[in-house]
Write a protein that binds this ligand. Structure first.
Ligand SMILES: [Zn+2]
Length: 113
């Protein structure tokens, strides 16, 4: 089990590199994160609670995977529902077995799973 976790600066999804960063006002539309497939960015709001960040990061990563691996022809409503449900469920399952952090932030957070 990892002792501490930090958000990586970038991830590769398929052949594409997505940068991951914290930014202010990402949540202006009521969300804690945003995945922009055009800019290939994932942003987390700087005010995101550390306990919210793991599920939000997984949620945004799943949007990137959804878009890169060809699911972009589906409706945005379907994408949001599938990504939302799977990110929540996977976060719970992976946290229970210590494979995903309980808290995440710009600074290292201990995994208290
Ligand atoms: Zn979403």
């Amino acid at each position: 089990m990892r002792e501490s976790w930090v958000v990586p600066p970038a991830v590769k999804v398929g052949p594409l590199r997505y940068t991951i960063s914290f930014a202010p006002d990402v949540g202006h539309r009521g969300a804690w994160g945003e995945c922009n497939s055009g800019l290939r960015t994932i942003e987390l709001d700087t005010s995101i609670p550390p306990q919210q960040a793991p599920v939000t990061l997984l949620h945004e990563l799943m949007h990137a995977v959804w878009q890169v691996y060809g699911r972009h022809d589906d409706t945005p409503e379907l994408e949001e529902r599938v990504v939302g449900d799977l990110a929540m469920g996977l976060t719970q399952v992976l946290q229970d077995i210590g494979w995903w952090p309980m808290e995440l932030g710009e600074e290292p957070h201990g995994n208290t799973a």
